[in-house]
Design a protein around this ligand. Structure first.
Ligand SMILES: *Cc1c(COP(=O)(O)O)cnc(C)c1O
Length: 378
């Protein structure tokens, strides 16, 4: 008998799954504007809440996460059974897909949108249906409605959209949800809802709470809507991994079945609770990020780049054939952004210093062009 060494075959459905690419890491001293993180270090109250729990990390966390789930349920006036937590909302997106879709089913989303969607769908054995954004880099809701088939099980609406920063307004979204058959789950991914000051709120009352975006109102009014929120972006807890979903009871129950047990640590739960206690401080920080985002947009436009007005904590520059040039300029100026070759660059809104750097980096090109022009006329 031959004893040739052979590795067991991997699941063939993984052949179509691209490896998840993290935002490029930045060399020491560079501005890391590649992952839409908060430029602010954690709040002292959050650090101290985490420190208080360090002495019990030999214990498993409470799987039901009663404190944070109780707080969220009370905040939104929903039954705690409808709230689930996960290791970042990306885990909840995976849970929702697994809860409703499998082999032969379709999961729809706009493209370009959140890079994790295609992989998560493929891993579940389902087929991603990617509907191009419109000419203004917004969701094309009519095209999405037209793409629904009897195999469609779930539709993501990323709002504001990553990486374009555009939003679907509350009224448009309401019309869309009402037109989607009720056996299709509409998942409204509001990772960036806190940064949106525009069209996204259903009424004046909801606009006073940065999280009460259209998603929750639609969840209340329709039986086939779920909402995803995360503590990673506006709350600055990206490194701790905690997000939550609010979903219809049967869907939430299915999510709990597919969840990886003990995926959300006690430290993350404590940090999330402490963050809910620090809303006012966080609101100030969010306001600062919004100021820098708008400044970033202005700086790009002034330098001649086709930046898209954003309602998130980043700005999309659909630079097309000039993408490599923009990437190079930013890199040379000590700024690391997220580049999609041939398509564009997404730059996160960092601190004032970070945006100063972007401004200086872009100015280098004007000088470069001026040099070339001088040479040409000499
Ligand atoms: C960052 C992001 C998330 C979630 O990130 P987590 O850190 O996993 O909570 C979800 N959706 C979109 C669109 C994002 O950009």
């Amino acid at each position: 008998m031959t004893t040739q060494r052979q590795t067991p075959p991997t699941n063939p459905r993984l052949d179509a799954v691209p490896a998840y690419k993290q935002g490029r890491s930045a060399p020491a001293g560079a501005s890391k504007l590649s992952s839409n993180e908060s430029p602010h270090p954690p709040l002292p109250s959050v650090v101290s809440a985490i420190a208080d729990r360090l002495g019990s990390i030999h214990r498993y966390p409470q799987m039901a996460a009663p404190e944070i789930i109780g707080r969220l349920a009370a905040r939104y006036g929903v039954d705690p059974a409808l709230v689930t937590v996960g290791a970042g909302s990306v885990e909840l997106a995976a849970q929702l897909i697994h809860a409703v879709a499998g082999e032969g089913d379709e999961v729809m989303f706009a493209w370009r949108s959140f890079e994790a969607y295609p992989s998560l769908v493929r891993i579940a054995g389902a087929t991603p249906v990617m509907v191009p954004l419109d000419a203004e880099h917004r969701h094309d809701l009519d095209a999405m409605l037209a793409a629904i088939t009897d195999r469609t099980r779930l539709i993501f609406v990323c709002n504001p959209n990553n990486p374009t920063g555009t939003v679907v307004g509350a009224a448009e979204l309401e019309r869309f949800v009402a037109a989607v058959p009720q056996d299709v789950l509409v998942v409204i991914d509001e990772a960036y809802v806190h940064f949106d000051g525009s069209t996204y709120f259903v009424d004046a009352a909801s606009a006073t709470d940065p999280e009460r975006g259209a998603g929750l109102e639609l969840f209340r009014r329709h039986p086939h809507v779920a909402v995803l929120h995360t503590f990673s972006k506006a709350y600055g807890l990206a490194g701790l991994r905690i997000g939550y979903a609010i979903a219809p009871a049967a869907i939430a129950e299915a999510q709990r079945k597919v969840a990886v047990p003990f995926g959300v640590t006690d430290l993350a739960q404590a940090a999330a609770v402490a963050s809910l206690d620090a809303q006012d401080e966080l609101a100030v920080r969010i306001g600062e990020v919004v100021v820098q985002r708008d400044r970033l947009h202005g700086v790009l436009v002034a330098a001649g780049w086709p930046a898209v007005a954003s309602e998130a904590n980043f700005v999309w520059v659909p630079a097309a054939e000039r993408t490599a040039l923009l990437d190079e300029l930013l890199h040379a100026g000590g700024v690391v952004a997220r580049t999609f070759p041939g398509e564009g660059v997404r730059i996160s809104a960092g601190s004032a210093l970070d945006i100063d750097r972007v401004e200086a980096a872009l100015a280098a090109q004007t000088i470069l062009t001026a040099d070339v022009r001088e040479e040409a006329t000499a």
